[in-house]
Write a protein that binds this ligand. Structure first.
Ligand code: PLP
Ligand code: TYF
Length: 402
């Protein structure tokens, strides 16, 4: 039956981890993926205390294992929407946000894009930032949306290409779907400023585009969940009927549990009900209903004042450790008189840094220093810690000096 099935290409991000695993050196460092997950001071995965406590509570509760409704656990949906949109959100109070549980952020993207493909009256073209997370184009194509790119990253100045971005959004056909990373853009670590977000909101509104937010890192950028939701909430305040993919993989450290939501702002409770009825028809043939445990976990934490406060502290701790690593790496590269400007290491936001290292330098680091990162020079700051940062900075400095 299957003799003609060709070997599929390896995931370029996960390939980095394979190479890392094969390397026997004791100095080896993985700042590719695998380490896209947060790591503690000792380079170990960290399960949050708030999550452990929620698991204990759930264990005590001995709840049953009945199916969830197609749209997910009601209490979870309410709490998750409040976290994203803010407790004082107007459309939330007016009961006109349709929210469904999703298989983390990836599943939310698929639900949202399938819904667009079935019901969107505008052009079935989604504009993705260049560059963006590797899975975005594939998810869009599976949902039969045409993919176009808008300029986002200025490789020369290692920062936002705001002029290019505005030009491309301006020139896009009216009513196009624009995917925006809500904060901590993956892979560049470069976000628009508040003022730039305001301009983008005006432009997107004037062009009647639809803003489709991907929020995979709320809290991870600044350590403050409200500050990281600024762009999303501002757009909503300005009357955009946005769509939102929300992931709890990073900010709650629930990677493998697959907790998330997809939501969309509608114009009335009645419209919300119609939209929900169609979201159910997207979900039903995909996986029938979502998993119970991750929703219970998140709802237990967000719904308990004590666990919620504890979790906020833990998000801040993760973000602060990453910010501290940025500053240490910057200081070391400068102290080593590494040619070039390294300001971006400090100014970039979130887990990732686009170092500006060339593919040749990336190769050299793997061969001679056992340091692994993706070909585009992206590093995950979470892969660095007090024990390996000296070696990392010295090796990068050497690679740049050539
Ligand atoms: N969106 C972005 C920008 C991401 O970086 C990721 C994961 O790293 C996701 C979505 C989805 O992740 P998950 O499906 O694990 O929630
Ligand atoms: O960009 C990253 O590194 C994360 C993690 O197949 C990821 O989004 C990457 C690839 C993949 C699954 C997760």
């Amino acid at each position: 039956f299957w003799s003609a099935v060709p070997q599929g290409p390896a995931d370029p991000i996960l390939g980095v981890t394979d190479a890392f695993k094969r390397d026997a050196s004791k100095h080896k460092i993985n700042v590719g993926v695998g380490e896209c997950a947060y790591r503690d001071e000792d380079g170990k995965p960290w399960v949050l205390d708030s999550v452990r406590k929620a698991e204990d509570i759930l264990h005590e509760q001995r709840s049953d294992k009945e199916y969830l409704p197609i749209t997910g656990l009601a209490n979870f949906l309410t709490l998750a929407a409040k976290l994203a949109y803010g407790a004082d959100s107007k459309p939330l109070a007016e009961n006109r946000i349709a929210v469904v549980q999703s298989i983390s952020g990836t599943g939310a993207l698929r639900i949202g894009m399938e819904f667009l493909a079935s019901f969107y009256k505008g052009p079935h073209t989604i504009y993705l930032p260049d560059p963006t997370w590797g899975a975005h184009p594939a998810i869009a194509e599976k949902a039969n949306l045409a993919v176009k790119r808008y300029r986002y990253f200025d490789r020369k100045n290692i920062g936002l290409d705001f002029i290019g971005m505005k030009e491309d959004l301006q020139n896009a056909e009216e009513g196009s779907v624009i995917l925006l990373h809500a904060c901590a853009q993956n892979p560049t670590g470069v976000d628009p400023t508040k003022e730039q977000w305001k301009e983008l909101s005006d432009l997107i509104k004037a062009k009647k585009h639809l803003a489709f937010f991907d929020m995979a890192y709320q809290g991870f950028a600044s350590g403050d969940v409200d500050r990281d939701a600024f762009a999303l909430r501002y757009f909503v305040e300005q009357g955009h009927q946005i769509m939102l993919c929300q992931s709890f993989a990073k900010n709650l450290g629930l990677y493998g549990e697959r907790a998330g939501t997809f939501s969309m702002v509608t114009s009335s409770p009645e419209e919300k009900e119609r939209v929900l009825s169609q979201l159910k028809r997207v979900i039903r043939p995909l996986y029938s209903s979502p998993p119970l445990h991750p929703a219970q976990l998140v709802a237990t934490i967000l719904g308990s004042p004590e666990l919620y406060q504890e979790w906020l502290g833990e998000v801040k701790k993760m973000a602060d450790r990453i910010i501290a690593m940025r500053s240490t790496l910057y200081d070391k590269l400068v102290a080593l008189q590494t040619p070039g400007n390294w300001d971006h290491i400090k100014t970039q936001i979130g887990m990732f840094s686009f170092t500006g290292l060339t593919p040749e330098q990336v190769d050299a680091l793997a061969k001679s220093a056992h340091i692994y990162m993706t070909k585009d020079g992206r590093i995950s700051m979470a892969g660095l810690n007090e024990h390996n940062i000296d070696y990392f900075a010295t090796s990068v400095s050497k690679a740049v000096k050539g």
